[in-house]
Design a protein around this ligand. Sequence first.
Ligand code: 5SP
Length: 228
Amino acid sequence: MLEELKQRVYEANMLLPQYGLVTFTWGNVSEIDRKSGIFAIKPSGVAYDKLKPEDMVLVDLNGNKVEGKYNPSSDTSTHVKLYKAFAHIGGIVHTHSPWATSWAQAGRGIPCYGTTHADYFYGEIPCARNLTKEELKDYEVNTGVLIADLFKDKDYEAIPGVLCKNHGPFTWGKDGHEAVHNAVVVEEVAKMAAHCEMINPNVKPAPQELLDRHYFRKHGANSYYGQK
Ligand SMILES: O=C(CO)[C@@H](O)[C@H](O)COP(=O)(O)O
């Protein structure tokens, strides 16, 4: 069932090694069919060069496997929580891409230092706090809970990604491909921001006016990007 969805999710997953966002199997993409409430996700532990469209695992919003030869990604419960919390997203990506993960491990959000960032993210890409000892007992579920809590006072459509302390980035979008696009952006702006602070340790975030101008010209009601 949902063969087209599995094909799309396979193709989106294959973009991760293509863009240099994953080493070994450290990442996954999912995309949901909102009508049935079923999403397709990469199987756990299967190498990218061995991956086939039919290997994609179908999972429902209770986290139960609906179809698939393999187990779904170990991050599946986090994807479930995010699909439930963010009603308008259609795809999710998790990677351990090195620059974004470095900011995550350092426990810092990525400030918006320029227009590359402002074209996609309306402000800082936040970093969720560490899970407590108790929360770690249900690690993947609570990672999703924590991200959803962090976004209670943020616009998840204007900031389509997050860093998880000591872990790595999650991004989302209207589908799996857009979520991958945002994962590439997070990695690139993470690298630029780190270099920027190295060159000038006193650098300040870009002015609000520049952020407004860049973000809204690409995400305004009449823009191509705004047509979601
Ligand atoms: O976050 C982690 C591990 O820290 C995971 O993202 C993986 O390394 C990918 O696991 P599978 O998708 O193969 O289960």
